[in-house]
Design a protein around this ligand. Structure first.
Ligand code: ADP
Length: 545
């Protein structure tokens, strides 16, 4: 409270303040007992000014009141008998001067008290920040970005408008910018993180801690360029002993254009977490492969067992049929009965194969309404790590007004994952310099009155060679040393069981394009299409017809 605060004053000020008492006395004596015809009482202003250096708000008010009383007292004592107008005016001027000075001093006192309090709060906040900075278990850095800001401003002045394009056209530029960032302070957690003995090893240009190809730096520069006040992302740092650390980076930039000389950066080491996650994913993938192999093994054994009986019966009936036909004269009626039995057994074999197909895609309940654009987005997120491990970029191209489809969410997700993963393999095998995968979603012409949605996955690998094309969707067809050859077979089954088709062609500019269409949800659920070219088809005698 301004009025309540007491200004004790420093020793010097106190000494000056004490001078106010004799001065007040002297002014009173001169004003009362001399004949000087001027407003001597105005000098009480000096008394007030001297006293104010040591007094509180209330003290100033009291001294002002005291000076006013003394001035009036002097006036009464010296002019009681010959009170003239000029004397009254002089007294009025003095009282006004005392009043105005008192008011100004009180206001000045209030402002000073406010300033002192603000300064105190600032100092306390700075102290709190310092102790948090020093004691935080998270690595904190203070960095000077002013040179980077100046460089960005210079680019703007040169007419650069698209920083991403500029960075792509000037490959070493982002790294050069990294060299302009100067670390001015770090906490102990940072020394621990980097394995540095003391701060001098860390302070200075940041460049030496940045790997040459760190993708975070261009992103940080873009955030600055766009005037964002936060940046969060994954980055890499080189520790003092040369270890490459994967870290989560959080930067808060000042939003007022100043303060870029002390930007606070927080860093969390996630190297171990990433490694554990990688190991976990690898183990999961291996487990899934093993589980699939075991299922397929069991499935093959069961198919072999179940097919054995009808196939054996077909052979027996065929032999009998031959015998009846070779008779002289041939017994056509009995031979025809044997052929009928062969047809019946053939159909049974086909049913067994059909049932097995159903088991392969047993999760595919095509009764969900799915936005494929959203599903593609989810798959892109799920495969983020695989994409970055393969140094590949997945871009999407979604047509407007694509209707939702009816299908199995999990099934379609597996199809997309399979196609994208195959594309990544294909580009890695081909050693493609440009590892771009494009997923396009649009709605082509309706097929037989049924609105469709089409999804294409295009890679930049070698494409499909003529020798493999016909067998690509056959179960167990693979050209990869560790492949199982079931991915595309299952994809096709999943798509077909939801009434769609999956095809492949080579792109004129290189690479394979896997394309599936699936009925839009606006259409009432359809019965699955009959098993046209399908994983089980080569085994099914019905397909020969
Ligand atoms: P797997 O991946 O276990 O081999 P798939 O059924 O997924 O089984 O693939 C079968 C084969 O199809 C692969 O071995 C490969 O020869 C070929 N293939 C699949 N996707 C692509 C692609 N994008 N580019 C070229 N060939 C491909």
């Amino acid at each position: 409270m301004p009025g309540g605060s007491h200004t004790a004053g420093r020793p010097n000020e106190r000494r000056i303040g004490v001078l106010a008492i004799p001065l007040a006395f002297a002014v009173f004596v001169i004003d009362t007992f001399t004949d000087i015809e001027s407003a001597i009482a105005v000098l009480y202003v000096l008394v007030l000014l001297l006293a104010a250096t040591t007094l509180s708000r209330r003290g100033i008010l009291r001294v002002a009141a005291g000076c006013g009383l003394l001035a009036v007292l002097s006036f009464l004592l010296s002019h009681w008998h010959d009170m003239d107008l000029s004397a009254v005016l002089r007294c009025g001027v003095s009282l006004s001067a005392i009043l105005i000075t008192g008011a100004l001093l009180v206001r000045d006192h209030d402002s000073r008290a406010l300033l002192v309090r603000a300064n105190g709060a600032l100092a306390r906040s700075e102290k709190r920040y310092r102790s948090m900075f020093e004691q935080a278990r998270v690595s904190l850095w203070e960095q000077d970005f002013t040179a980077v800001m100046a460089a960005l401003d210079a680019l703007r002045a040169d007419g650069v408008t698209d920083l991403t394009a500029y960075a792509q056209a000037n490959p070493g530029w982002a790294r050069k910018m990294g060299a302009l960032i100067v670390t001015t302070n770090v906490n102990d957690a940072t020394l621990e993180l980097l394995g540095a003995a003391d701060r001098t090893e860390v302070l200075g240009p940041l460049e030496r801690f940045l790997p040459a190809d760190d993708p975070a730096m261009p992103q940080v520069l873009l955030a600055l360029w766009e005037g964002r006040n936060r940046f969060e992302g994954r980055a890499q740092l080189i520790a003092a002993d040369g270890r490459v650390l994967t870290v989560l980076l959080g930067i808060s930039f000042p939003d007022d254009g100043i303060g870029f000389d002390q930007v606070v950066v927080g860093i969390v080491d996630i190297t171990q977490r990433e490694r554990t996650q990688e190991a976990l994913l690898a183990a999961q993938a291996e487990l899934a492969r093993a589980a699939r192999a075991a299922t397929l093994g069991a499935l093959s054994a069961s198919i072999a067992h179940e097919l054995n009986q009808p196939l054996g019966a077909i052979v027996l009936n065929a032999q009998a049929c031959l015998r009846w036909l070779r008779r002289d004269p041939p017994d056509i009626d009995t031979a025809a009965k044997a052929v009928d039995r062969m047809i019946r057994d053939g159909k049974r074999a086909a049913e067994i194969v059909q049932r097995t197909r159903g088991m392969l895609v047993k999760d595919a309940h095509c009764d969900e309404t799915i936005d494929l654009r959203q599903l593609v987005g989810e798959v892109a997120l799920l495969l983020e790590r695989e994409l970055s491990a393969a140094a590949a970029v997945l871009s999407t191209d979604f047509a407007a007004d694509v209707p939702p489809v009816r299908g199995s969410r999990v099934g379609l997700q597996q199809v997309l994952i399979n196609l994208v993963t195959n594309g990544l393999y294909a580009m890695a095998e081909a050693g493609s310099p440009r590892r771009d995968l494009t997923v396009t979603v649009d709605s082509p012409e309706a097929i037989q009155g049924m609105p469709q949605v089409r999804v294409s996955v295009r890679d930049r690998g070698r494409g499909i060679d003529e020798g493999s094309r016909a067998r690509l969707f056959d179960p167990f067809f693979t050209t990869r040393p560790d492949g199982m050859g079931m991915g595309l077979a299952i994809c096709r089954s999943t798509i077909e069981s939801c009434g769609g088709t999956l095809t492949v062609h080579n792109h004129p500019e290189g690479g394979a394009v896997f394309e599936f269409t699936i009925p839009a949800a606006s259409h009432p659920p359809s019965t699955p299409l009959p098993a046209t070219p399908s994983p089980a088809a080569p085994l099914a005698p019905a397909r020969e017809d």
